[in-house]
Design a protein. Sequence first.
Length: 364
Amino acid sequence: MVTISLCMIVKNEEDVLARCLETVKDIVDEINIVDTGSTDRTVEIAKEYTDRVYFFEWTGNFADARNESFRHATKDYIFYIDADDVLLEEDQKKLKELKESLDPSVDSVSMFYDAGTDEYGNVTLRYRRNRLVKRARNFLWKGDCHNYLEVYGKIINSDIAIKHKKISHSTGRNLNIYQTKIDRGDIFSARDYFYYGNELRENGHYEKAIESYDQNLSIKEGWIEDKVYACINKADCYRFLGDLDNELKSLFQSFVYSKTPRPEACSRIGYNFQRKREYKNAIYWYSIAAQSEADTNQWSFTYPAYYTWYPHLQMCVCYYNLGDFQNSYEHNEKAYSYRPNDERILHNKKLLEDKLNINSKNPT
């Protein structure tokens, strides 16, 4: 059986650190925690779980801190999570089984990162990460902000999921890191432009975000999946700006890179037509989205809502506006199976089941 070093970087995580460590402390063989400048009880809490607590002066670069945490590992494999992550009971069991059965020739094991979950337990954002890596390979983290672990060799995919359960969000922190890169005169890679665009979009700077996404697309190099989402995220910016024509163009542009339509794009195309009251066109694109299936080996972002409950809820509305109440009801029932207490879906359910009132109200 292999041994595992848990390596973490923390700063002011007193609200979540214990919750995180409770889910992994009985699985790993060693806990290494690198503090980058906490002013709360984080260090005190960390010392309740391990005597391997270290201090590292923050350089403004996440890769520096993560590499420092890896430097303290002494076991066969390194496992990393953030303080606001947890492993649910089922995934704890899977990790224990993996530890007992892992072939030592494996260089890395990827796991799902469930970065978002709704109130009904549905995953809202999922992607893969190299999560358990062989220490002897000395893999390094790269990148200032949205960093990545540069891994190669024998990599296997597991179905273990790490759940992200953030309590608060550091508004503007990542934008400041990118601004520092700009002020230094750093040359941005395609990846930098993509993630800078994401930060700009999330902070409401839509015009600048569009420029950054276009910079990503203008560079031939770069991960094709980033380019797919550069188009989709650029479309969101145009939608927020009220430019439906360029939103639609950007969504169709994503097909150049994805080759086959992604549900994240198809549902957005459907909504574009729906807002223009072109309900049949909207239904066509929602139907494509709803027929999509999850690719468990996909490494890029996936947003399950766009091929599960969301297109069915929107088709309920579209069919209602076309006067096809039977199809409207059936699609609302499919949405209901994912979100049984959603007030919009319950409203539609009552409306469509009440034949006498069916023409006096509108679905939400």
